[in-house]
Design a protein around this ligand. Structure first.
Ligand code: 5GP
Length: 211
């Protein structure tokens, strides 16, 4: 017997290079009940990225149309490009009792915090050190030096937003960090307020029809 519950929205934020993409990937492999939100962006596609899987790559005109039609749950400008979360797939997943994982920045998290505080679970991933952060950014070798430098400068700014998050993960070990996120997910799924089917379930137990 399962107790029906509302899906939750789990946000993972961090400066780029802190390892949150790897954690998200591991989480998606391990947790079949989780749907990854695919964002729309005006940023150019990087080698290896697939349209519709990593992002929906759109031009600025289309992006602004989506904003004007209120088709985005949140949106923000990051590193000079626009990013936003399409509303439809998220609402459909939550309604079906699935959980949704978001890889979005602090600006988007603030917007979700304002619009859906009850459903939001926010996690901030910290890199173990500045040196390690820079090493990870450089080893990607997909962005130009200018972009890497700009991202390093932005990292300090992004990190300053950690107090706005409920959970903090220091990512010095991918396995441990993934396990920590899964533990957060497991606990948050049991929150009484999310268990919309609880009154009926308990009623059944008290009436002796709980099996
Ligand atoms: P990247 O260009 O490296 O894929 O992502 C750059 C930053 O944009 C990351 O911090 C990522 O979390 C953020 N981002 C990606 N998609 C969205 C989105 O839909 N909304 C917001 N607010 N930020 C996003």
């Amino acid at each position: 017997m399962a107790i029906t519950r509302r899906g939750l929205m789990m946000v993972l934020s961090s400066p780029s290079g802190a390892g949150k993409t790897t954690i998200s990937r591991r989480l998606m492999e391990a947790e079949p009940g989780v749907t990854m939100s695919v964002s729309a962006t005006t940023r150019p596609r990087r080698p290896g990225e697939v349209d519709g899987r990593d992002y929906y790559f759109v031009d600025p005109t289309d992006f602004h149309l989506m904003v004007n039609r209120d088709e985005l749950l949140e949106h923000a400008k990051v590193f000079g490009n626009y990013y936003g979360t399409p509303r439809g797939p998220v609402e459909a997943a939550l309604k079906a009792g699935r959980d949704v994982l978001f890889d979005i920045d602090w600006q988007g998290t603030q917007q979700l915090q304002d619009s859906a505080p009850r459903d939001l679970v926010s996690v901030f991933v910290l890199p173990p050190s500045t040196r390690e952060l820079e090493r990870r950014l450089r080893s990607r070798a997909q962005d130009s030096d200018d972009v890497v430098a700009a991202r390093m400068a932005k990292a300090a700014d992004e990190i300053s937003h950690y107090p706005e998050y409920q959970y903090i993960i220091l990512n010095d070990d991918i396995e441990r960090s993934t396990a920590a996120v899964r533990a957060i997910l497991a606990a948050e799924r049991l929150k009484r307020e999310r268990l919309v089917g609880l009154p009926d379930f308990v009623k059944g137990l008290r009436e002796g029809s709980g099996g």
